[in-house]
Design a protein around this ligand. Structure first.
Ligand code: 7PJ
Length: 278
C-alpha cells in the first residue's frame, strides 16, 4: 500500500510531471466501461492493468454521476466499492481514492485502505467535512453547478473561471476551518458538471489560474461529452481528443490527470516531461 501524496511539488526541480489517476467505475450503468466492472474480480483485473500502465492513483467509484443519473443508496455504494478497495489495498502498491459524497462510504473506504476522498460535491453533504478531518484523508474538492440529474439543462455563469475559483476558495476555507490540513487538499474545476462546451473550453484554457491558487489541481476530461461535441465521436472513440485535452492541461501545470485511458495518457505525458527536462 502507498499512502504518499504523489502530486506534491518537487522543490528541487520545481516541476513534477502530472500523475495519472485511473478511473475504476464499479457501477452497473457506468457509461465508460459498459458496466463490465461490477464484480470485484473484474474490477481487480482492470485495476491491475492500470497500475501496470503507470497509474499512481486508482479512483474507485460506485455512484454514477453522468448527466441525468439518479441517486444511489448508501448500502449499494458500499457493496460496490468496499470489496474492490480492500482487494486493491491488499494487492497493489498504489494510492486509492474513493469517488463518493457520503460520509459513511468515506469512513468504510478509508478503513478498507483508501487514503483519498474524491468528492464531486466538494464535501457538501451533512458531516462530510468533519468526517474527512477526522479520517485524516486527502480530499479532492470538485466544482459542480446543480446536481447530476439536472446539471446539463441550463448551465449559466457570468464568468465561469472566476465563479469556479471563488467556489473552490470557499470550500478550501471551510475545510481548513474544520481542521483538514492544507497539504491534504486538492481542487478540480469539474469538467462537464453543469457546464456548456463554451464553459468547459474557458476552464481548459485557463487552468493556470487554478494552479496559481497554490493547491494541487486535478482534471478529468477523458471520454466526456465535450470531446464528443468537438469530434462527433462516441465515448470509445474519444481517446485522442482526451489526450489532447490532457496535454493542454499538463502544459498549464496541473498535477493529476484523471483518465479512463491510462496507457496512452502516460505515453503522451512522457513526451511532455522529456521536453520539460525532468
Ligand atoms: C470527475 C470525477 C472529474 C473528479 C467524474 C466521468 C464522470 N471526479 N468523477 N473530477 N468526473 N474529481 O468520469 O466522466 O472530472 S465521473
Amino acid at each position: 500500500m502507498m499512502a504518499g501524496a504523489p502530486w506534491l511539488h518537487d522543490p528541487d526541480s520545481g516541476f513534477v510531471a502530472p500523475r495519472i489517476m485511473g478511473v475504476l467505475n464499479v457501477t452497473p450503468d457506468s457509461f465508460s466501461d459498459g458496466g463490465r466492472f461490477v464484480a470485484p474480480e473484474a474490477a481487480l483485473v482492470r485495476a491491475r492493468e492500470m497500475v501496470a500502465e503507470g497509474a499512481a492513483i486508482i479512483d474507485v467509484g460506485g455512484e454514477s454521476s453522468r448527466p441525468g443519473s439518479r441517486p444511489v443508496l448508501p448500502e449499494d455504494e458500499l457493496d460496490r466499492v468496499i470489496p474492490v478497495i480492500q482487494a486493491i489495498a491488499t494487492e497493489m502498491p498504489v494510492m486509492i481514492s474513493v469517488d463518493t459524497s457520503k460520509p459513511e462510504v468515506m469512513r468504510a473506504a478509508v478503513a478498507a485502505g483508501a487514503t483519498m476522498i474524491n468528492d464531486i460535491r466538494a464535501l457538501a453533504a451533512e458531516g462530510a467535512v468533519e468526517t474527512v478531518a477526522e479520517l485524516g484523508a486527502a480530499v479532492c474538492l470538485m466544482h459542480m453547478q446543480g446536481a447530476p440529474q439536472h446539471m446539463q439543462r441550463a448551465p449559466h455563469y457570468e464568468d465561469v473561471v472566476a465563479e469556479v475559483g471563488v467556489f473552490l476558495e470557499q470550500r478550501v476555507a471551510a475545510c481548513l476551518k474544520a481542521g483538514i490540513p492544507h497539504h491534504k487538499l486538492l481542487i478540480d474545476p469539474g469538467f462537464g458538471f453543469g457546464k456548456s462546451l463554451a464553459h468547459n473550453l474557458a476552464l481548459l484554457a485557463n487552468l493556470g489560474q487554478f494552479v496559481a491558487m497554490g493547491l494541487p489541481v486535478l482534471v478529468g476530461i477523458s471520454r466526456k461529452s465535450m470531446l464528443g461535441t468537438l469530434t462527433g465521436r462516441a465515448e470509445g472513440g474519444r481517446v485522442a481528443a482526451g489526450i489532447a485535452a490532457a496535454m493542454i492541461a499538463a502544459d498549464q501545470g496541473v498535477h493529476i490527470i484523471r483518465t479512463h485511458d491510462v496507457a496512452p495518457t502516460v505515453d503522451a505525458l512522457k513526451v511532455q516531461t522529456a521536453v520539460r527536462g525532468t
